[in-house]
Structure formats: structure tokens, C-alpha cells
Ligand binder design. Structure first.
Ligand SMILES: Nc1ncnc2c1ncn2[C@@H]1O[C@H](COP(=O)(O)OP(=O)(O)O)[C@@H](O)[C@H]1O
Ligand SMILES: [Mg+2]
Length: 211
């Protein structure tokens, strides 16, 4: 059994990640590909416990470096318990957020040194990286309005102000530019079908599968 592919969806609040991940998993499933969908922070029992510490409560409850380390601890559980076993079984794994969110949120958003975040990642997880990262780009105003009409709770990051969401958007675009073999920027301001068409085309181009 050959190892599955690892696809991550990234982007700010309300960009459409959770909406599109369901559609992508369905399309891959219809093409006969076994897929596992998961999310960060979370995706494994212990990681979901850490998630609740990160997405609830006062915006300033954690020092930025504590956030980096909590996200990293959750990621270690997620990779060990969910992502790696699934990839090794031959399934494709699609994750709603992964390590680029830590660089965007804690690095560009909170100002933690990005090379420190990258070094922590490398020390913890080595050279492992997603095969394809779809960065759904959206203006913070549009994304936050969508997110606000959707949710109940889990909104700690949504409540962060002072240009935080604009820095995240700019950060994701810079991440994509610096790693354009792995990352594809998708226009998140199209309607759901338009966003999905762009995602399908990126997946087809990368892996040669018709979905
Ligand atoms: N392309 C789109 N156009 C308009 N509304 C959208 C679009 N994609 C998602 N939505 C809606 O916006 C809200 C946020 O989408 P969601 O997928 O939860 O975003 P994310 O997971 O990136 O935070 C949801 O209510 C969803 O139905
Ligand atoms: Mg979501």
C-alpha cells in the first residue's frame, strides 16, 4: 500500500475552510480515494482537549509563545494518533489548518519570531510537510462577517483586534509566495462553487487525479 497524500487547508476566520473540506473529501471519495478529514488544533482526543484551551476564553489568556507550544503539543498528538497512521494506511488526509496557521497567527499575528516557530516545528517533526496546501484568501472584513454569522463559541481568535486579522492575511500570502511548490492561493471571495472549482483544479494539477 503506498502512502497517502496530505492536503492542508489554510486561511483566516470564515474563509471557507470547513465548508470546502467537506466538498473535497466527498469528491475524492467519489473518485475511489479513501480520505480522512481532520482539523487543528485538534484531530485526536488529547489535541481536542488542548483545542478548547486555545479557542475559548480571554484573548490575552496565553503568552504568544505559550500558544505556539500548545499548538505544537496538540500537533504532536494529532500527527501521532491520526495523521501518520492514516497516511501509512494509504488514505489521503485533509486537515482543516496545520502548521502554516501557527506561523500566520502566532508569527505574523502576535509577532513571535518566525524562525523560532519554524525551528520548533523542525525539531519536533523534522522534514514532514503537507504535499499540498490550499490557502483560501479572503479580506478579514468578509471573513469575520461570515464567521460571526456562523458560530457559537470557539471564537477566541476571532475576537483579536488591532490589525491581527490583516497581518494574518498578509502572512498567509507571504507563506504561499515563499513555498509556491507546496502552496496554492485560492480566491475565497468567490461563491462556494467557484472556490471549489479552484480547489479541484489545484488538486488535479498536483496529483493527476480527476475529481
Ligand atoms: N464562498 C462562500 N461564500 C459565502 N459564504 C460562504 C462561502 N464559503 C463558506 N461560507 C459561509 O461562511 C461561513 C464560514 O465558513 P466556514 O467554512 O465555516 O469557514 P472557516 O472554516 O474557514 O472559518 C459559513 O456560514 C459558511 O456557510
Ligand atoms: Mg472552520
Amino acid at each position: 500500500m503506498s502512502r497517502g497524500h496530505f492536503i492542508t487547508l489554510e486561511g483566516g476566520e470564515g474563509a471557507g475552510k470547513s465548508t470546502q473540506i467537506k466538498r473535497l473529501a466527498l469528491a475524492l471519495g467519489n473518485a475511489g480515494i479513501k480520505t480522512v478529514t481532520t482539523r487543528e488544533p485538534g484531530g485526536a482526543p488529547g489535541a481536542e482537549e488542548i483545542r478548547s484551551l486555545l479557542v475559548n476564553g480571554e484573548t490575552n489568556r496565553w503568552a504568544p509563545m505559550a500558544e505556539v507550544l500548545l499548538h505544537t503539543a496538540a500537533r504532536a498528538e494529532h500527527l501521532d494518533k491520526t495523521v501518520m497512521p492514516a497516511l501509512e494506511s494509504g488514505a489521503w488526509v485533509i486537515s482543516d489548518r496545520f502548521s502554516d496557521s501557527t506561523v500566520a497567527y502566532q508569527g505574523y499575528g502576535h509577532g513571535v519570531d518566525k524562525s523560532v516557530i519554524e525551528n520548533i516545528y523542525q525539531d519536533a517533526f523534522g522534514s514532514f510537510k503537507p504535499d499540498l496546501t490550499l490557502i483560501i484568501d479572503i479580506s478579514p472584513d468578509v471573513g469575520l462577517a461570515r464567521a460571526g454569522s456562523r458560530d457559537q463559541g470557539e471564537d477566541r481568535y476571532e475576537r483579536m483586534g488591532d490589525g491581527f486579522h490583516q497581518r494574518i492575511r498578509d502572512g498567509f500570502l507571504e507563506i504561499a509566495k515563499n513555498d509556491n511548490g507546496r502552496c496554492v492561493v485560492i480566491n475565497g471571495e468567490l461563491d462556494e462553487d467557484g472556490v471549489f472549482a479552484a480547489i479541484k483544479s489545484a488538486v488535479t494539477k498536483k496529483f493527476g487525479v480527476k475529481i
